[in-house]
Every structure is written in structure tokens, then in C-alpha cells.
Design a protein around this ligand. Sequence first.
Ligand SMILES: [Ca+2]
Length: 86
Amino acid sequence: MKNALLTAALACVAMTAHAATDRQPAGSNDPTSFQQVDSDRDGRISRQEAAAFSALEARFEAADANGDGVLSADEFARSKASRPRR
Ligand SMILES: [Ca+2]
């Protein structure tokens, strides 16, 4: 019985930790993954979604290679690859 409770408690902690790493506070600068920015999971990054990440917002227009106003996963990956290093 004690073990079952301990297992449940550990599972709870693990889920909480996962949720915390999945989310980033608004205004944090540079997203590491496409999924992080694509908050509505439609497979594209809108300007509003990008606005939560100042570094991405700053290069949004340059990253939008085909000029359709949203970033595809491809455009996002390329913008990361070509971003200037500090
Ligand atoms: Ca685009």
C-alpha cells in the first residue's frame, strides 16, 4: 500500500516537472523548438505566437521566406540555423 502511494506521488511529481519544461513564460527570448511556439498546434507560427518570444519576433519577417505571414516548421528551422551568434 505504501509503495502504491509512493509510486503515485512520484508519477505526480514527474508530470508536474514535464509540464513546467513544456511551457515558457511569455516574453522569454528564443524558443528552442517549433512546438514551443506553435501554441495552437496548427503547424504554423503566426505573428501572435511569435510575439511571445522577443528574439523570434525580431526576425519574423526575415524568417518568413515565402512572405505568407506565418512560419512553417521549415522556415522556423532555417531562421534558427541562420541566426547570428552572440
Ligand atoms: Ca511563411
